[in-house]
Design a protein around this ligand. Structure first.
Ligand SMILES: [Zn+2]
Length: 291
């Protein structure tokens, strides 16, 4: 069985079958427990249904049945009454594009995410400030050098800051992700990105990043999708206002625009794009100036 929108389909099914009511707590509902030990259809609504804070799983539990059965086995009985399994209560895994893979049966739950890359962000002296950890299925988390997750209050810097400082005369390619930065470096170019990636959220008015691009020539190369183009406009604006010497917006030739998961520099290089072509593209695009 697959679902087009997890968790809504699952919740709708449970709500309808067990007459659920929203509880005073957020994302929590009280329903009539269907187990036979409840008399008169469980008027007390002993069955709790809730959605986890990270929206990755649906919890169910009946305080009465838990005590009576001394275990969790009754939960499987409850979900089986509406044609579900316990696995359906967990978010399906993502496909290779990072989208929910509703149709792939093998993609059903409990996939332990694997770390596939760690990208260190360092200060001017090469001290690691934080690391961006990439998982498969595609997901990112940030951690501090002491192993703590999250970077609340930690100074934010562009990726490969030491490289940027070591080559002050070089133009900088601004890309959406660390993988693309490494691709550009493999072509012998200077490149960077920020830990917020393609969301553009790091480039608001109080952004910590423009200062690192003062008096530098910057070429912004967005992913060819809606989010990529939106964030590129934001980045270009912030760079111009922040005092970059010049800012260009480059589109890689032959990349098909897609609404989401658009192609990026890595895709382009994998499809045969070369360093010379890339440089030609950059030189052919006009400098961005405030009008
Ligand atoms: Zn019960």
């Amino acid at each position: 069985m697959y679902f087009f929108s997890w968790p809504d389909d699952i919740l709708a099914r449970l709500f309808a079958a067990f007459d659920a009511r929203q509880c005073y707590r957020p994302a929590t509902w009280r329903a009539r427990c269907p187990m036979p030990s409840h008399s008169r259809g469980d008027p007390a609504r002993s069955l709790s249904i809730w959605l986890s804070c990270d929206r990755r799983w649906i919890g169910i539990g009946c305080w009465a049945c838990r005590g009576r059965c001394g275990g969790h086995g009754y939960k499987a009985d409850i979900v089986s009454m509406v044609g579900l399994t316990m696995g359906d209560l967990f978010q399906p895994r993502l496909d290779e594009n990072g989208a929910y893979d509703w149709r792939n049966k093998k993609a059903r739950p409990h996939i332990q995410p694997k770390i596939v890359a760690v990208y260190p962000y360092t200060d001017e002296n090469g001290e690691v400030l934080y690391e961006k950890v990439r998982y498969e299925p595609k997901d990112f988390r940030l951690r501090r050098p002491d192993g703590h997750w999250g970077i609340e209050g930690v100074r934010r810097v562009p990726f490969q800051l030491c490289e940027l400082l070591a080559k002050p005369a070089w133009p900088i390619l601004y890309l959406e992700g660390e993988k693309d930065v490494l691709t550009a470096e493999s072509l012998g170019l200077l490149a960077t990105c920020v830990m917020e990636g393609g969301s553009g959220s790091g480039w608001d008015h109080d952004s910590p990043y423009p200062v690192y691009f003062q008096d530098r020539r910057v070429v912004v190369i967005p992913d060819e999708d809606a989010a990529g183009l939106n964030q590129a406009a934001k980045v270009v604006g912030a760079l111009v206002l922040g005092g970059a010497a010049s800012v260009r917006l480059a589109h890689l030739p032959g990349l098909e625009y897609r609404k989401t998961h658009g192609a990026d520099l890595t895709t382009w290089v994998e499809a045969g794009g070369t360093r010379d072509e890339l440089i030609a593209v950059i030189q052919s695009c006009k400098e961005w100036r405030p009008s």
